[in-house]
Design a protein around this ligand. Structure first.
Ligand code: FAD
Length: 545
């Protein structure tokens, strides 16, 4: 069966592919392989620009694997009167669902209304009505206002005390790291080259105009000189570090805020319905989302100034979320020691004087430095496509790039996994568990067929063979070169299926050792990395009763 992505994203060919990266001058060099950089790569490549993307860690290892995983219209931005942002994110939700239906799913959310909440039923009803209008919500997904009995039958775990009713409305649920990968694969199909584990360390200038990057392969230690007509800094929380390297940190700067999520087994918080509820202590809103046998809660929003790689989670972060949940779901209080995983991410927001973290605008901004470096920050997972369009337009204009197609048209490009149909009944008729098929399909779309066919070739479509085939597929098509790439970003096992993460570790290491010919030192390093990541996700203090 044909593979879906060109060889340019093969982890097996990565070293060979890197050999030629310095041989040509690119139209566009993109720094950062989160959703912002991935979106830019697709937009640019689809317009015919010769594009390369460099990511210092794994794709989506920064904020783009640590969000709430919602493609959402930003209901709460209504409160801040960010009307344009609500309209744009509202439209983008629909586009994301259309171009990647396997990965972006409609998700009803219940918004309970309590007597001591900051908004009453009328205000919520009006806000949701305005939201429906601004976001262009389709008819069958428009808001419904529920009275108290209807609310409790929709979500029986909600606290009855002082409950006045609820609003039921729709957002879209996705997997952020997978979305990033699917966008990168689609960009590869349009000719973009993307590499993980390549750090941009310095810039090259000709008469003070930026025209290249000196980058280091953190796998081999090799240095590369890569020349480009335009360079876009899409490094999220790291944006200002590269602006500093470019010697231009004037005017605007980034303000980081930290957000954490905690995960519990579904049985501990068995919600029928995802919820979006107010934290009474500070008026912030928090999500509780059931999916795949777990329920996750988040997020916090606090100022952050520490190290960027792993912002970590503190007892205060956890207690804030547990207290908020206990108030709304009082029959199911959760103890710290019952948490099974967590993640923590940084929002790269544009600093605004005298604003609290939650009040800072989520709007994106492009900063053009005197050298010509374009930096983009702020924004959301949800509006990655429009951010890409804006910055590519600017790169074309400011740097005189000649694109074959003038306008952005990524709204019409199905993401890689939906470029062919996938026949679920064909595979269930072969006796493969439907849930297993669906879990693959929701990650990869139609290449699920490639994975299942490979498992059959290996003997039978047993879960173990399917697992091995999945790993093989991601190595060959998604530039997996470390065990954590697969277990954390490509499949989310660390966060959503921590039992599987532990269960399959040895198997992943053994299979990859054989494929990549790892020596003992490398193998040991891989094992240690998996352990470190598990400890960050579930620190010792969280496990103690
Ligand atoms: P990143 O994903 O951080 O990517 C930047 C990349 O640049 C990193 O991978 C980094 O390794 C790389 N890099 C850094 N330096 C270099 C270098 N020198 N050379 C090469 N590469 C480099 N948005 C939504 O729409 N919906 C949500 O539900 C949502 N929830 C959120 C919840 C939380 C807690 C947080 C923190 C954010 C949330 N967001 C959400 C916002 C969204 O996640 C971010 O806007 C988005 O992921 C930012 O992506 P990015 O590509 O700009 O940054």
């Amino acid at each position: 069966m044909a593979s879906s992505t060109p060889i340019t994203l093969s982890g097996l060919h990565r070293a060979a592919l890197l050999e030629s990266i310095g041989e040509e001058e690119y139209d566009l060099i993109i720094l950062g392989g989160g959703i912002t950089g991935a979106g830019i790569a697709l937009d640019a490549a689809a317009r015919g620009l010769n594009t390369i993307l460099l990511e210092k860690s794994d794709f989506a290892a920064g904020t783009s694997s640590r969000s709430t995983k919602l493609i959402h219209g930003g209901l709460r931005y209504l409160k801040q009167l960010e009307i344009n942002l609500v309209m744009e994110t509202g439209r983008e939700r629909a586009i994301a669902h259309r171009i990647a239906p396997y990965l972006v799913h409609p998700q009803p959310l219940i918004l309970p209304i309590y007597k001591d909440g900051s908004l009453g039923p009328r205000a919520i009803s009006l806000a949701l009505y305005v939201y429906d209008r601004l976001a262009g919500v389709p008819k069958d997904e428009k808001r419904k206002m529920l009275d108290t009995p209807q609310t409790l039958s929709t979500e029986p775990l909600l606290s009855h005390r002082d409950l006045l009713g609820s609003g039921l409305y729709y957002e879209y649920l996705t997997d952020d790291a997978r979305l990033t990968m699917e966008v990168l694969k689609t960009a590869a199909n349009h000719g973009a080259r993307s590499f993980n584990y390549i750090t941009a360390e310095q810039f090259i200038y000709r008469q003070n105009a930026i025209n290249g990057v000196i980058a280091r392969d953190t796998v081999s230690g090799k240095m590369y000189k890569i020349m480009g007509r335009a360079i876009i800094n899409a490094t999220g929380p790291w944006v200002d570090l590269l602006r500093k390297t470019d010697n231009n940190l004037k005017r605007k700067h980034i303000q980081l805020t930290k957000g954490v999520h905690i995960v519990v087994p579904y049985s501990l918080l068995p919600l029928k319905q995802a919820a979006y509820f107010e934290v009474f202590s500070d008026g912030r809103m928090v999500f509780a989302i059931p999916r795949d046998g777990i329920t996750y809660l988040g997020t916090t929003d606090t100022p952050y100034e520490g190290e960027l790689e792993e912002p970590g989670i503190t007892p205060d972060d956890v207690d804030y979320l547990l207290a908020a949940a206990a108030r709304v779901f009082p029959t199911h209080p959760i103890q710290r020691a019952q948490i099974i995983s967590s993640w923590s991410g940084l929002r790269p927001l544009i600093h605004q004087e005298r604003k609290s973290p939650s009040e800072l605008s989520r709007k994106d901004e492009i900063i053009l430095s005197p050298s010509g470096l374009l930096s983009i920050a702020g924004g959301k997972l949800t509006n990655y496509r429009k951010m890409a369009e804006r910055v590519v337009n600017m790169a074309i204009k400011k740097h005189g790039l000649k694109s074959r197609i003038l306008q952005s048209h990524t709204d019409k490009i199905p993401l890689a996994g939906s470029s062919a149909p996938f026949d679920i009944p064909y595979w269930t008729n072969l006796g493969i568990d439907k849930d297993l098929i669906l879990s693959l399909y929701h990650r990869y779309g139609y290449p699920t067929a490639t994975i299942l066919a490979q498992a059959m070739k290996n003997g039978s479509p047993s879960p173990e063979n399917i697992f091995s085939a999945e790993l093989r597929y991601t190595i060959e098509n998604e530039m997996v070169i470390n065990a954590s790439d697969f277990l954390v970003r490509r499949t989310g096992r660390l966060y959503f299926y921590p039992d599987q993460y532990r269960h399959y570790q040895t198997r992943v290491i053994e299979q990859m050792k054989e494929i990549f010919h790892w020596d003992d030192v490398t193998t040991q390093k891989q094992i240690m990395e998996l352990k470190t990541l598990a400890d960050i996700s579930l620190p010792q203090w969280m496990r103690e009763r």
